[in-house]
Ligand binder design. Structure first.
Ligand SMILES: Nc1nc2c(ncn2[C@@H]2O[C@H](COP(=O)(O)OP(=O)(O)OP(=O)(O)O)[C@@H](O)[C@H]2O)c(=O)[nH]1
Length: 309
């Protein structure tokens, strides 16, 4: 008998909901936009969630951080923290990790993600388990996160970006896959005329726009000084082109420098659709070639790579 043949008892949804409502397991479902669509009682209590209202995962974390309740978030900069966690959240079909709650509980959180769909979060209280080795495990998790994150923007660094791309290419349900190689235009002029600090602000602004415009399953990485990689699983060229055009339009309107309110910037992009069997490096090379054509053609535009190099 296959799974599809399994006869499901009538009223199963109600039984499931009731069982979840009474369970000490923390259970929640987020939709593709990361809006909370369901949370059982244990989850609502753990993360101190009001019973109504549209709440995204980021809203929930911001609220928890601001009020010192729910998830224990150790940071002075919640935006940087959210950017860094977002670069790991929902990028793989399943992940599990330890987390602390402000009420002193220690939980084992699992996230099961459907591509372009919902994310099921189930956590159990593991405070009573042996604590030995916990500090070491936490140090390991922190070191791993630091090794994957670009410190200036909180996006994935080059190594993690390429790792995400390799993982995507190896998962058939991610196909078609497009990537965009992105590079800020005349960035040296910003550094030279306004200083390195202003340049860094522009880089961070671009990183924020890149991440804000992308879906949960997309990968965003800073792969060089002012070069970025956007990985778009389950997106063909027309959809990917529309996403990148939208990003370029937002960048064009952005004015990130408080001391130079009229100063904008722009970005060029090379877009490539993965060919079955193609290596990550070869795909990036094709996207890069299209990016340089976009620069040569006048910048502030997206060009599509040839299928063959
Ligand atoms: N502020 C800042 N500047 C950086 C960083 N990394 C690289 N850069 C600068 O980025 C500039 C890149 O300059 P170029 O490669 O000449 O490119 P460009 O001026 O953007 O010109 P095009 O790419 O041809 O449009 C150099 O001046 C680097 O010093 C960084 O982390 N912060």
């Amino acid at each position: 008998m296959t799974d599809a043949d399994l006869p499901l008892p009538a009223g199963l949804a109600d039984i499931f909901l009731l069982a979840h409502e009474q369970s000490p397991l923390m259970v929640a479902l987020f939709d593709a936009q990361d809006v909370l669509t369901y949370a059982n009682k244990a989850f609502r209590q753990a993360y101190v969630i009001a019973p109504d209202g549209r709440l995204t995962w980021a809203d929930m974390m911001r609220d928890n951080h601001a009020h010192g309740r729910g998830a224990a978030i150790e940071t002075d900069d919640i935006d940087a923290w959210l950017a860094a966690v977002t670069s790991r959240r929902g990028k793989t079909p399943y992940r599990a990790f330890e987390a602390d709650l402000c009420d002193g509980r220690w939980i084992w959180m699992t996230e099961t993600t459907q591509l372009q769909g919902s994310m099921l979060c189930v956590a159990s209280d593991i405070s009573d388990l042996r604590q030995s080795g916990r500090a070491l495990r936490q140090a390991h998790v922190k070191a791993l996160a630091a090794a994957q994150t670009d410190p200036l923007t909180g996006l994935s660094n080059r190594r993690h970006g390429m790792q995400l791309l390799r993982t995507s290419l190896s998962q058939s349900e991610h196909w078609p896959i497009c990537i965009a190689a992105l590079d800020l235009d005349f960035f040296k002029q910003i550094n030279d005329s306004l200083g390195h600090g202003a340049g860094d602000l522009v880089i961070c602004d671009f990183a924020r726009l890149l991440q804000a415009g992308s879906r949960r399953e997309d990968g965003c990485a800073r792969i060089g000084g002012e070069e970025f990689l956007l990985i778009l699983p389950a997106a063909g060229l027309p959809q990917a082109q529309a996403i990148v055009e939208r990003l370029l339009a937002r960048v064009r309107l952005s004015r990130p420098l408080a001391n130079e309110p009229a100063r904008g910037y722009s970005c060029s992009a090379g877009l490539a659709q993965a060919i079955w069997g193609e290596k990550a490096e070869a795909l990036l090379k094709r996207a890069d070639a299209a990016l340089y054509q976009a620069k040569a053609a006048g910048r502030d535009q997206v060009l599509i790579a040839d299928a063959e190099q």
